[in-house]
Design a protein around this ligand. Structure first.
Ligand code: FE2
Length: 367
């Protein structure tokens, strides 16, 4: 787009605030197959926190914990539990980007700030997003170090992830849950402040079961690199899964991170062997979808065996699967997605999936 004032190059990283970053890093390494590649902490001269950078494909996760009780990160974890703090977006010029979004009404938390070490210069800036979540702009064209100044590279030669890779390649989309009545507010915010477009809109008529419902709008940036669906709960007979999230996260925040793979069968088999639990899919789902989707060259028996979902639209089809929530609070979870032309989000799966999610909610006594 010629008038895109915020040309985003892609996702740079996702930073989590967690109660124990060392243990969280082990979890993401041994289960999801993210290799720890860099660390910041006491050993690198950082006195108040420890951060681990984990990498897989083009995806970078940063897991950060505080080392003291009276710390913003400690308070964040006490309130929200472990969760996504910052969505890092790569831009060519953080100074220009921050000036543009500020002029459009962004709440600036950290103005464009340059950090330097012997590997060059890294520039970041932050604005407030929903709840305590932030967007972080990152300019790393002139930085050649491990991740950022203050981080030291870790030895990756003993990592088993190279021998038995999970195969996650890139971030596809990141979904935020917001309170009832706030979806349109945040959709407008994406348009006004970030210059995003509304790619899709799902109403509670599309996404509902007998008991609960949600509404969703998908916002996409001008270069099409980043997609951010926003969910809000809709009225239902019982508690929506979005409300359950908001209750346990104590506010709006990131609900799931969707990551692409080139071979979802191999990825899911590897994740299952590493003890990742996925949402159960009702048997009736596959009977229904065989009729709805028809023959697209996929192996229906294998899809059913592995619990992989399928959806088709005018552009093509997609395969996807959702994990259970990955911490004790029923908040954040993950999606693995393999796209074959479809630019959608599995709308045809939402209903079947909700039946499954509600079974899990009922098991937690939250339906
Ligand atoms: Fe998704």
């Amino acid at each position: 787009m010629a008038d895109d004032f915020l040309p985003i190059k892609g996702y740079d990283h996702v930073e989590y605030y967690v109660g124990n970053a060392r243990q969280a890093a082990h979890f993401y390494d041994k289960t999801f197959g993210f290799t720890p590649v860099a660390k910041a902490g006491l050993e690198t001269g950082v006195r108040d926190r420890a951060s681990y950078v984990l990498a897989q494909g083009n995806i970078r996760l940063v897991l950060t914990t505080a080392l003291t009780p009276d710390h913003e990160i400690t308070r964040h974890c006490a309130l929200h539990g472990d969760g996504v703090k910052a969505i890092g977006l790569r831009v060519a010029d953080v100074g220009k980007s921050m000036a543009a979004v500020k002029q459009r009404g962004a709440t600036v938390l950290k103005p464009a700030t340059a950090m330097e070490d012997e590997h060059g210069q890294l520039v970041t800036g932050e604005i407030l997003y929903a709840g305590d979540t932030v967007f972080r702009f990152v300019e790393r064209e002139n930085y050649r170090g491990a991740f950022a100044p203050g981080y030291a590279p870790l030895d990756v030669t003993n990592s088993t992830n190279a021998e038995s890779p999970v195969g996650l390649a890139s971030i596809d989309h990141i979904v935020t849950n917001v309170h009832l009545g706030k979806m349109n507010y945040w959709a407008q915010w994406y348009e006004d402040v970030l210059g995003f477009n509304n790619l899709a809109h799902f109403t509670d008529a599309d996404i509902s079961t007998e008991y609960s419902a949600l509404m969703s709008k998908v916002m996409e940036n001008g270069t099409g690199k980043c997609k951010f669906p926003i969910n809000e709960p809709a009225e239902g007979k019982k508690k929506s899964q979005i409300e359950e999230y908001l209750d346990y996260y104590y506010g709006p925040g990131v609900q799931h991170v969707a990551m692409t793979t080139g071979n979802i069968y191999d990825t899911v088999m590897e994740l299952r062997s590493r003890n990742i639990d996925f949402l159960r899919v009702p048997d009736t789902y596959y009977e229904m979808m065989r009729k709805r989707v028809g023959d697209v060259g996929e192996d229906w028996d294998r899809l059913q065996e592995l619990g992989i979902l399928i959806d088709k639209d005018d552009d093509g089809y997609l395969l996807q699967i959702f994990t259970q929530t990955t911490q004790d609070r029923p908040t954040l979870f993950y999606e693995v997605i393999e796209r074959h032309g479809s630019r959608g989000f599995g709308i045809g799966n939402f209903k079947a999936l909700f039946v499954s999610i509600e079974e899990e909610q009922a098991r937690r006594g939250n339906l």
